[in-house]
Design a protein around this ligand. Structure first.
Ligand code: ADP
Ligand code: MG
Length: 390
């Protein structure tokens, strides 16, 4: 596929020096959902699926962008100094947002670029193709212009692009996982301090299987903001009995249970309980993986789903059906919703011996229950963003 990308690059941008090639992966979060904006931990891994670009520095300040995933958009032509998003929700805004974030952070970009992109992250599947694209651009800028910027900084600048240029107030997880991934490892990240540790993802005889429900309910965006506001109200109430409490993620479940009566609103109390207990599950999941205890890890994933369904109320009938079907399949160690919610994907740990039957059962039963065709991807944990040298 890299060859197709290089051919397309020559076709669109003409002869010249061979372009350099870069790659950035998508990600899946194994556990630690809706904890990132509550000062808690997340536990994602980067995937081997991802996005590639071929890029060449120009003699002027023109910026020309083409994506094999959006061929109808043609070559988008602007300049490296473009300061505002292009109209019409162009995909190129993800690129321009990162360029802008680098410039604003004081990284002088000395010239324009020709860039061609292609990626194999399934569209709209919740595996964060947007973060992959942003981190890819950051990695290319670093490589092409010899910038002194760390992986963590590339992740932060990419997050800024998504927050400020695209207008989506996401946390740091997706960009961090794409920038800092490590093959066969998951990343245990403290979203408050950005301290992180790798845990070996030794899934002996098992794989991560992502199942896309192929549904996305319209309320996803507003409900995300509602959940954030409910958690903030719960935190404010807890501060009346625990002054200076920095975040929900700072409480153990025992501390929370002792204090939770201070939250007058039952809904806010449930949201906060999820944030606190999910953070504790994520700490336990890190320990379980380090011990190589996959069964315990899977149980924590299952408990995470119950909490997201009942306390945080971000699941939906279709996704609950997928998880329920998975829980009944032999050889499934754990299954839960992953990503923002209200549709999207489930993440499952499935033993290789049971994989074929799992796929068959999920397809058949999900179609029977919902009339939808689930998309199923078996994935592996891969390395973070890098220049492709081979
Ligand atoms: P996801 O869950 O995959 O991150 P988003 O809606 O956040 O979904 O981001 C998807 C958007 O990112 C696409 O609509 C497109 O604008 C941009 N994008 C992702 N990958 C590519 C690519 N390979 N080429 C061009 N644009 C891309
Ligand atoms: Mg995205």
């Amino acid at each position: 596929m890299i060859q197709t990308l290089l051919d397309e690059f020559s076709r669109r941008f003409g002869p010249g020096d061979a372009p350099r090639r870069f790659f950035a992966p998508g990600r899946v979060n194994l556990i630690g959902e809706h904890t990132d904006y509550n000062g808690g931990h997340v536990f994602p891994c980067a995937l081997t699926l991802g996005t590639y670009c071929a890029a060449r520095v120009r003699a002027d300040r023109t910026l020309r962008l083409f994506s094999l995933n959006f061929p109808d958009a043609g070559v988008v032509e602007t300049t490296i100094d473009q300061a505002t998003p292009l109209p019409g929700g162009s995909w190129a805004n993800y690129v321009l947002g990162v360029v802008r974030a680098f410039t604003d952070a004081g990284h002088a970009l000395p010239a324009g670029l020709d860039m061609a992109f292609w990626g194999d992250i399934p569209a709209g599947s919740g595996l964060s193709s947007s973060a992959a694209l942003e981190v890819l651009v950051g990695t290319a800028l670093k490589g092409l212009f010899g910038l002194r910027v760390s992986g963590t900084e590339i992740a932060l600048l990419s997050q800024r692009a998504e927050n400020d240029f695209i207008g989506l107030s996401c946390g740091i997880m997706d960009q961090f996982a794409s920038a800092m991934g490590k093959r066969d490892h998951a990343i245990f990240l403290d979203t408050q301090t950005l301290e992180y540790q790798y845990a070996p993802l030794a899934l002996t005889g098992a794989h991560i299987v992502i199942v896309n429900s192929m549904c996305k309910h319209a309320l996803a965006g507003s409900a995300y903001n509602d959940r954030r506001a409910e958690c903030e109200r719960a935190l404010a109430a807890l501060r009346t009995v625990r002054p200076g409490l920095p975040s929900l993620g700072a409480l153990t479940p025992e501390e929370f249970d002792a204090l939770s009566g201070a939250i007058p609103d039952a809904v806010c109390r449930k949201r906060a309980r999820h944030a606190v207990y999910e953070n504790a599950r994520t700490l336990d999941a890190f320990d379980a993986l380090r011990r190589g205890d996959l069964a315990a890890f899977g149980q924590l994933m299952n408990a995470s789903h119950v909490s997201l369904r009942d306390d945080y109320a971000v699941s939906c009938g279709e996704v609950d059906a997928l998880v329920d079907i998975a829980w009944r399949c032999p050889g499934v160690l754990g299954a839960r919703i992953t990503g923002g919610g209200f549709g999207g994907c489930t993440v499952n740990i499935v033993s290789d011996a049971a994989a074929a039957q799992f796929t068959e059962t999920v397809r058949r039963e999900y179609a029977a229950r919902t009339g939808l065709d689930a998309q199923i991807y078996t994935v592996s944990a891969g390395d973070g963003a890098r220049e492709v040298l081979e």
